[in-house]
Design a protein around this ligand. Structure first.
Ligand code: 5GP
Length: 214
């Protein structure tokens, strides 16, 4: 879709949603089919859920270690959510961007806001919302990953996360997973075609399209 002759500037794609809205499934589908993406793996003080792998799903660290990382300026952004700390390690993002990759972030609204303050021009942010709170609760119960107590806590924060929809560039109500994935793909195609991301456009027009009559 995007002309391979033109050097482009990487983008930072942020997906935020209340837990259980389908954001992780959408992110995985995008990554599966789009090899130019680097997935940002966050550090968290939350305990691993069954099946979660250290270094793949998260870097699971203790509270002390997390605070040390904050103090050393190792995070691009960080926030507290449901009593746990979450943060995006800066170094891997810098390496990915330098290698011409786009970066995908699965982070909540406080982190999205910090990225907007630091890198507005590179940011493409999408808020993914559930069709209803009832539907959300059913999805959280069905995935059987969290205790009832944790689910109740997540439900309390769902409305809060959703209330920040206006801070995002795009909003998708995830009624149908396939349609939502298509919507994210369409957004990516458009955003990559923006002229400020096609760094080689000037050279391309001046050198390769020279001589075309007006
Ligand atoms: P969970 O515990 O369900 O994996 O994640 C809880 C929330 O934290 C989700 O909304 C997720 O997007 C967010 N989150 C995960 N990693 C980060 C991070 O590095 N920074 C911020 N701000 N939020 C994160």
């Amino acid at each position: 879709m995007i002309n391979s002759q033109i050097k482009k500037r990487g983008l930072l794609l942020v997906l935020s949603s209340p837990s259980g809205t389908g954001k992780t499934a959408i992110a995985h589908k995008i990554l599966e089919n789009d090899k130019n993406f680097f997935l940002s793996v966050s550090a968290t003080t939350r305990k691993p859920r069954p099946g979660e792998v250290d270094g793949k799903d998260y870097f699971f660290v203790g509270y002390e270690k997390f605070q040390e990382m904050v103090k050393n300026g190792e995070f691009l952004e960080h926030a507290e959510f449901c009593g746990n700390c979450y943060g995006t390690p800066k170094k891997p993002i810098e390496i990915a961007l330098a290698a011409g990759k786009d970066v995908l972030f699965d982070i909540e609204w406080q982190g999205a806001r910090q990225l907007a303050e630091k890198a507005r021009d590179d940011l493409v942010s999408i808020s993914i919302l559930p069709p209803s709170l009832e539907e959300l609760k059913n999805r959280l119960l069905n995935r059987q990953q969290d205790s009832i107590e944790v689910i109740e806590n997540r439900m309390k924060t769902a409305s809060d996360e959703a209330s920040h929809y206006n801070e995002y560039d795009y909003v998708i109500i995830n009624e149908d997973l396939e349609e939502s994935i298509e919507a994210v793909r369409s957004i990516l195609i458009s955003e990559r075609l923006k002229k400020n991301r096609q760094l080689g456009l000037k050279d391309f027009v001046e050198n390769k399209l020279k001589g075309i009559k007006k």
